[in-house]
Design a protein around this ligand. Structure first.
Ligand code: UT7
Length: 323
């Protein structure tokens, strides 16, 4: 019996505290005009001092469970995509599992920076399709504000905190009726580590470190690699990029998104963007954008949705699903 992973529900959480470009320009040499023009970002959410990645993740997960009409006892797999775990160990997924009161199944984190949600979706899909697990909570959650150098204007204006979650369920072909994750394409080129990394870590410095990025070099790689991944996943499904209903990109830079839309002949009104109000929330940006599209009624059951991301590693990838 062939099984498919269906998205049964999604949920989002953004911390209450909002940091505007205007406020940032009082502490670092930047301006609202520069940030908007170069990135499309107007403001971002910042987690409160006592709010951890697992708190954001648990909020988003509860909202996703509610939208799926399920509760903790239905879930047998928790996967958190994050680069900003609460602790070095155990995994944030283990902490979230406990916060949600889930007492069965497995839990682990996936670390592929901004591509984390695509890597995790691809992984969870395989766990469900194999029959190993029945229902999964897949969460992208980040407190990137904790690893920013707030004196570095080239990076601190770009990122925000937040979490988004999917509840996925394994269904047989009849029940799935064409819905579900169809395929995914994952890449990494570790030779490009130095373009985007954190200058600290357990084994290297025994400290957390801060985000360092050669932004314009990453930018130059982005449109080409993202477009290649998107073309690959649709080709594997024997369709064209222009056959999709919705494009849900990682929200790193509005100019990158527009570049991809132009290169692949998509229409601007097919794109779900949240970057203006959230900035780049790394592994959380795709589920946050997807939920925004579902909540306002744009993404409907049966729609063909294409997701993509690129991040540190460099990692990049895309996934195709029927909502
Ligand atoms: O999600 C993970 C993947 N990340 C990305 O995809 C990010 C990719 N990169 C980008 O989005 C863009 O490269 C940035 C938004 C980071 C930067 O935009 P850019 O158009 O590539 O600018 P740049 O780095 O080439 O810098 C242009 C100028 C420089 O000044 P000079 O040398 O021309 O005098 C920078 O020092 O802008 C300056 N600059 C700033 N000015 C005001 C850099 N950051 C700022 C700032 N405010 N915040």
């Amino acid at each position: 019996m062939s099984l498919t992973a269906i998205v049964r529900g999604c949920g989002a959480y953004l911390p209450e505290n909002v940091l505007t470009n205007e406020e940032l320009s009082k502490t670092v040499d930047t301006s609202d005009a520069w940030i908007r023009e170069r990135t499309g970002i107007k403001e971002r959410h910042i987690a409160a001092k006592d709010e951890k990645t697992s708190d954001l993740a648990a909020h988003a997960a509860r909202a996703a469970l509610k939208s799926a009409g399920m509760d903790a006892s239905d879930i047998d797999l928790v996967v958190v995509a994050t680069t900003t775990p609460d602790l070095t160990f155990p995994s944030t997924a283990a902490i979230v599992q406990a916060k949600l009161g889930i007492e069965q199944g497995a839990a682990f984190d996936i670390q592929a920076v901004c591509t984390g949600f695509i890597y995790a979706l691809s992984t969870v899909e395989k766990f469900l399709a194999s029959g190993q697990n029945k229902r999964a909570l897949l969460i992208g959650a980040e407190t990137f504000s904790r690893i920013l150098d707030w004196t570095d204007r080239a990076t601190c204006v770009l990122f925000g905190d937040g979490a988004g979650a999917f509840v996925l369920e394994a269904q047989d072909e009849t029940a799935a009726a064409g819905r579900g994750v169809m395929n995914s394409y994952l890449r990494c080129d570790g030779r490009l580590v130095d373009l985007l990394y954190v200058d600290g870590g357990v084994s290297a410095t025994q400290s957390t470190g801060h985000v360092r990025m050669e932004g314009n070099k990453v930018f130059r790689e982005a449109v080409i690699r993202i477009s290649e991944a998107m073309e690959r996943v649709v080709a594997d499904a024997c369709i064209k990029v222009t056959d999709i209903d919705w494009f849900v990109p990682h929200q790193a830079n509005e100019r990158i998104i527009k570049g991809v839309v132009k290169k692949l002949d998509l229409r601007p009104d097919q794109v779900i963007t949240t970057i203006a109000g959230q900035g780049n929330t790394s592994a959380a940006s795709i589920p946050l954008a997807y939920c925004a599209g579902v909540d306002d009624g744009r993404i409907k059951q049966g729609d063909l949705v294409l997701l993509e991301a690129m991040g540190g590693g460099l990692t990049w990838g895309a996934a195709l699903m029927r909502a």
